[in-house]
Write a protein that binds this ligand. Sequence first.
Ligand code: NAD
Length: 322
Amino acid sequence: MKVLITGGAGFLGSHLSEAFLARGDEVLVLDTGSIAKVRHLLNEPRFRYVHDSIFNVELIDSLVARADLVYHLAAVVGVEHYVGDPYETLNVNVNGTQNVLKAAYKYGRRVVFSSTSEVYGRNPKVPWKEDDDRVLGATTIDRWCYSTSKAVGEHFCFAYHKLGLPVTVLRYFNVYGPRLDKVDVGRLFTIFIGQLLRGADLTVVGDGSQTRCFTYVSDAIEATVEAGINPAAEGFAINIGTDIEVPVIEFARLMLELYGPAKSKIRFVSQEEVYGKSYEDIPRRVPDNTRMRTLLGVVPKVSLREGLQRSIEWFLEDARQS
Ligand SMILES: NC(=O)c1ccc[n+]([C@@H]2O[C@H](COP(=O)([O-])OP(=O)(O)OC[C@H]3O[C@@H](n4cnc5c(N)ncnc54)[C@H](O)[C@@H]3O)[C@@H](O)[C@H]2O)c1
């Protein structure tokens, strides 16, 4: 099978590429980003990296025509981006997504769309089932543009599904692991690991009581592959993540413990200090992952301790080599 992965040179895309190559499939990656996360795959004859954008509609058309299955992961991701550049976030995540869906519809190709737990916004009634409400703030607050952009992408997916396109929407919950982001930027793990490596204090926003369900990448990838090959997943949105709720302060403490002797301590900082006025934190973020377990048959296997240990080791080795 030939699998097209837009955004395939990113964190999840690089792991997804490995998973399909390991199954014996061919992988075509379309990404505007650096080759750093897929460099180790470039000599693999069944892997091809096309350095271009989902805004190149002719190219998208020809790549989708050649693929049996399409994963659409390309997106503007990360708080610093969607607070810093809401235009680009909306443009890539909404208009770019339409380009991919249009081509998939033209050729009748199955699509798996990467959405996010952010679509639930700050709905206080956790755990969130896939059909639960979206509770968001005002459009003058930039932080909601990512959630909205992904929700629009989902609406397009379901609209195309009504027209006959086989499509599955996956909502990821805080996936982490090797190759996540550059240290010091992106998501919680890479910000903390950057601070640990520099001997700086771990900056916990607010009082650290906000919770997340951290999902190790191999569990998320197992579910992602299954979503593309299991016909039972067609037409559904599916939460992808563990349902083990962890306060951010505990996550920081566990990273300190696993990193070993470090100069770093925990320092509490205000939300505004880190993200400016256009940010609002989500107090609790917990999936109901019944659909992932029953429809996809995937049960998360890697504990937070084990996943953090593996990730810290990978980032330490990476820092030693660079
Ligand atoms: N990792 C998570 O915890 C998580 C959580 C929720 C949702 N997601 C979703 O999963 C997908 C992958 O996320 P990730 O964590 O691997 O992020 P990532 O930033 O590592 O990957 C996104 C990739 O998209 C590429 N891209 C951006 N604009 C593009 C364009 N115009 N054309 C082609 N490629 C483009 C980037 O270069 C990058 O490699 C995203 O759609 C994201 O919204 C991830």
